[in-house]
Design a protein around this ligand. Structure first.
Ligand SMILES: [Zn+2]
Length: 329
């Protein structure tokens, strides 16, 4: 009897051990499954977030393109092409792709920063005024900083108020042609000169201030001008105007849909190299990411001890073709 009951107890113990092993196995597998799922969930969420950011940007652009097309069908004369030029005109898009490679500025070698040098950074905004100008100005005001706006000719009341606000708040107002239409602007010396006078006179009439700085649409090194750029450079020299290209590009004009974070790192990667950095950005209706990138960009620049300044007559010029290289005639 005793033997039988001992055997029974042993059997019971073995069964309990087996059950507990199976239970532990099940718990183990469940645990691993739980951890793996959580890991997968987190990875996927991060991926989806980054894709959503990109999609938002693409949808914005797509919508604007579509709207523009519809508007131009309804009323062709009503469309402000300049605000959309890089989306609408494939030649211009291609050109921006090329310029994103950034031709070396003529003083690149002397401009390389050595350890201990202060980095001077000039934030420049092309193509405004636009529906983003106010926000850009508000952000600059919040940080008590001045920048440079290379503007084009817009006659509406809102734009006129924006030119004035740029000047009143101490920023540098530069010219970026009146029309921003490459085919007309760069057609002949005459068309360039009359466009130049038009923007110069217009901005003087609106702000009471004479503009001394110019940025060529597409830069002095652009490949779309039908006329040699040296002719226009010679003309600007004769007018006492200094033109600025750029040696740092945020990349906000390329067909790449950069996120605000990427725009900031595009700028930061290059600013560290130079004593003087002229940063190319755009003030245009579709460039929401530029606005979003501005505050974090300013903070990163200040974090590295950079001095953020508006262009003035003491600024080291950054030019792709040297103004001094063209001679007098
Ligand atoms: Zn432009």
């Amino acid at each position: 009897m005793e033997d039988n009951s001992t055997k029974g107890l042993k059997r019971d113990r073995k069964r309990r051990q087996r059950i507990s092993r199976i239970r532990n196995g099940i718990i183990g597998i469940f645990g691993i499954w739980l951890v793996a799922s959580a890991y997968l969930c987190i990875t996927l969420t991060l991926r989806v977030n980054s894709l959503e950011e990109k999609l938002d940007y693409l949808l914005d652009n797509f919508t604007v393109s579509g709207q523009l097309e519809e508007e131009s069908k309804k009323n062709p004369s009503n469309v402000d092409e300049s605000a959309y030029f890089d989306l609408e005109n494939s030649t211009e898009s291609q050109m921006w792709e090329e310029t994103y490679a950034i031709p070396p500025a003529v003083n690149q070698q002397e401009n390389l920063a050595k350890e201990g040098d202060t980095h001077k950074v000039y934030l420049t905004f092309d193509d405004g005024p636009s529906s983003n100008t106010e926000q850009i100005l508000d952000i600059l005001k919040q940080y008590n900083l001045k920048a440079t706006f290379f503007v084009i000719g817009k006659e509406d009341e809102k734009s006129r108020a924006l030119y004035k606000r740029i000047v009143e708040e101490g920023h540098t107002l530069g010219m970026h042609s009146y029309s921003h239409k490459y085919s007309v602007l760069y057609e002949t010396e005459d068309t360039f000169e009359s466009d130049f006078s038009r923007i110069q006179n217009y901005l003087f009439e609106v702000t009471g201030q004479e503009c001394l700085f110019y940025r060529f649409p597409g830069g002095s090194s652009n490949h779309v001008s039908n006329t040699e750029m040296t002719k226009f450079i010679r003309y600007l020299n004769s007018q006492g105007i200094t033109y600025f290209d750029w040696n740092v590009s945020s990349g906000d004009a390329t067909s790449q849909a950069y996120t605000p974070k990427e725009l900031v790192s595009n700028v930061m990667d290059d600013v560290v190299k130079y004593k003087t950095s002229v940063v190319l950005m755009h003030d245009a209706e579709t460039k929401h990411t530029t606005v979003e990138a501005l505050a974090p960009m300013i903070e990163s620049l200040q974090g590295m001890g950079a001095e953020i300044l508006p262009i003035d007559e003491n600024t080291t010029v950054v030019q792709h073709i040297a103004a001094s290289s063209v001679g007098e005639q």
